[in-house]
Design a protein around this ligand. Structure first.
Ligand code: PCA
Length: 226
């Protein structure tokens, strides 16, 4: 397992696990992992940060996540993935119980309309304070919004699996999912939005700190009309 950790600060620290993905879809890097790795490289007051890379593979991504949670015993889990084409940091609201692959995962699997957990709820909400996280990223001068779909590829799969684990086995744990834009290096030949990895890492540190200290989310409108 690829993982890095910053030293825990003195005193009781909130343990935060950040995960990013391996590259997929013909890319040579995934900004989610590059940013997660960068985010944990410097200490953050009151937090013990851990970074783990997940494979972009249905099923195996979740067993890796489970192993990391068992090993690290985090209080908060923030899973992060690349959402190529999105212009900002998007904090996901909801995970749905379906795998529907538009492209194969990196092991070649391309399930169509299969439940992630047979008989499981249709959807789970994030247990992170999603609006407070968006506000914190914006206060740091970076673009962010709430997203109402994490798609139906491996990111939604991991988000749903994490939420199911929290709902059924680990009620003390809080967790959710954040999608990040391409890095500029990925789109030099395409007219696509991007955000430098350093900026994405700053946003993830804001999200980790906000999620660790915020139990009740902000009650502000961040909805969408479509
Ligand atoms: N993004 C994909 C899977 C891995 C990643 O970084 C997704 O949005 O599902």
């Amino acid at each position: 397992m690829t993982s890095t950790t910053t030293p825990a600060p003195a005193g009781p620290a909130t343990r935060v696990l950040l995960t990013g993905f391996e590259p997929f879809g013909g890319e040579t890097a995934n900004p989610s992992w590059e940013a997660v790795r960068t985010a944990v490289a410097a200490p953050l007051d009151g937090l013990a940060l851990h970074a783990v890379q997940l494979p972009c593979v249905y099923g195996r991504s979740l067993s890796h996540l489970r192993a990391a949670i068992d090993e690290i015993c985090p209080d908060v889990v923030v899973c992060v993935g690349q959402a190529g084409g999105r212009p900002d940091i998007t904090v996901e609201r909801v995970a749905v119980n379906v795998d529907d692959a538009r492209i194969p995962d990196t092991a070649g699997a391309a399930p169509i309309d299969e439940p992630i957990v047979p008989g499981g709820p249709a959807a789970y909400f994030s247990t992170l304070p999603i609006k407070a996280c968006v506000a914190a990223v914006r206060a740091a001068g970076l673009p962010a919004s709430v997203s109402n779909t994490a798609g139906t590829f491996v990111c939604n799969h991991v988000f749903y699996g994490l939420a199911h684990l929290i709902a059924t086995e680990l009620p003390h744990l809080r967790g959710g999912f954040v999608h990040v834009p391409y890095a500029p290096e990925q789109v030099t030949d395409r007219a696509q939005p991007s955000l430098p990895v350093g900026a994405t890492a700053t946003a993830l540190r804001e999200i980790a700190a906000t999620a660790a200290r915020t139990r009740t989310d902000l009650r502000i409108a961040e909805g969408a009309t479509h």
